[in-house]
Write a protein that binds this ligand. Sequence first.
Ligand code: PEP
Ligand code: MG
Length: 575
Amino acid sequence: MKKLKGIAASDGVAVAKAYLLVRPDLSFKRMIVDNTDQEESRFDAALTASTADLKIIRKKAAQLLGEAEAQVFDAHLMVLADPTMIDEIKSKIHTEKINAEAALKDITNGYIALFENMDDNAYMKERAADVRDVTKRILAHLLDVNLPNPTMIDEEVVVVAHDLTPSDTAQLNRKFVKAFITDIGGSTSHSVIMARSLEIPAVVGTNNITSLAKKEDIIAVSGITGEIVLNPTPVEKEKFLAAGEEFLKQKAEWNLLKNAKTVTLDGKYFELAANIGTPKDVASVIDNGGESIGLYRTEFLYMESTDFPTEEDQFNAYKNVLEGMNGKAVIVRTMDIGGDKELPYFHLDKEMNPFLGFRALRISISKVGQAVFRTQLRALLRASVYGKLRIMFPMVALLQEFRKAKAIYDEEKTKLLTEKIPVSDDIQIGIMVEIPATAVLADRFAKEVDFLSIGTNDLIQYAMAADRMNEQVSNLYQPYNPAILRLIKQVIDAGHKEGKWVGMCGEMAGDQMVVPLLVGMGLDEFSMSATSILKTRSLMKRLNTKKMKELADKALNESDTAEEVIELVQKYISN
Ligand code: PEP
Ligand code: MG
């Protein structure tokens, strides 16, 4: 038995077998061989096994993720069946008398380099990625090592990985993946946000879970406390299972509030909104009693596809969400590409600090990104007649950026109206406040926007200079630091002074420790992972807004540290 602790990232408890989603060692020795026929047969066997794997993976991916996502495996199967490449590898084995691994690597490296060097040809770059993937698979068979593939999981497991990208997370099958644990990452990384909406318990930032856990180990994990036990004793296991049951009981209680209004003890009504990543998430918003959508992260639409989504594809997605919400407000954020959200087909330069780089609105209003942005705006404007649409721009640092984005929006709107295409005349346009400079200058922004939505996931990392994905500085990533609270208060007051509403769509909006403070500060809209809505409703029903104002004033004016703020809130809540 071994105990460790990480960052509790997504609620829930699980006990199951470990599934190591780690890259295997595919290194090999280049060797001169006598029996080249035998090498050719080894190569043929590896090809046959790889083809069989890919056919199964393709089928599973189609069932789990849909036909479009499964098509990437067709490309892999085509590479595997390419007669020219296969002949070249075999002939190299015979002429140079080398082992199959070496011949495979030499020939495929040549193809990869050729494809990659074709200037700016996105299609060819994808082919290079296909050849690289297929080479790994054949090599794994030649070396007789396992290549993990999350879509192939068909029994209950706890996934253990160094890190998970949002697209890795999207492939996890909720039915079998009972939890995931990673070496690195923070509580607001996008894979964690996705885990919350998939209701998969998660613990991140453990440092070394991948070197401690072995295949077939039993792992007990709590996404509520961050505790992990490898190969628990029966008593430990029982403790985790009991905590899991307690959590389910609490969830059942929260569930009773599904159709209730969120009203505080003293009768103030709040609307609780949800954050979504795809149109499919609307079902979970309704299921979790969400009253509107405060953040639709549209970049997932771009990330899930192999090329820029067309205007028609986007129009359908936005229309589905608006109709699904049946007249309730839907705030769509324009694409927030960059940071940890990369598009393989959008070839941007590698950057030293992608979170501080060319991303989000900076791309949208630039020369290279403007056409993509205009397509998105047209799709949004056309969909606007199907519900109550609001649009917000991400990562705004300058007033000029907002003005430029708004001017592009106005141009696209005018074009559509001239084309006699109907557009709603009631679309609010707002910004996300994620950059400290924007928070400080919120009074000026508030004069020009319809609303402000505070994106605390990024605002905290920029204000504290602590990467939200880096567990080494997670002690500095402090939502409860009085500095962060003051920035938030400043934005709320600035918005209200201009008669504009102020929301929050960062994870902090559903953080039970901070909700009482936000109520006290006068935040108008709370938007969170759908799975946090009911517990927040349950909490708010126990709060008195006047008392919360007193509490917020104390936190803002009389606290020096995050710890003092936590202590203060705990005292108030328990009274
Ligand atoms: C934020 O930064 O708070 C936010 C909601 O955006 P994202 O988490 O997608 O960066
Ligand atoms: Mg952000």
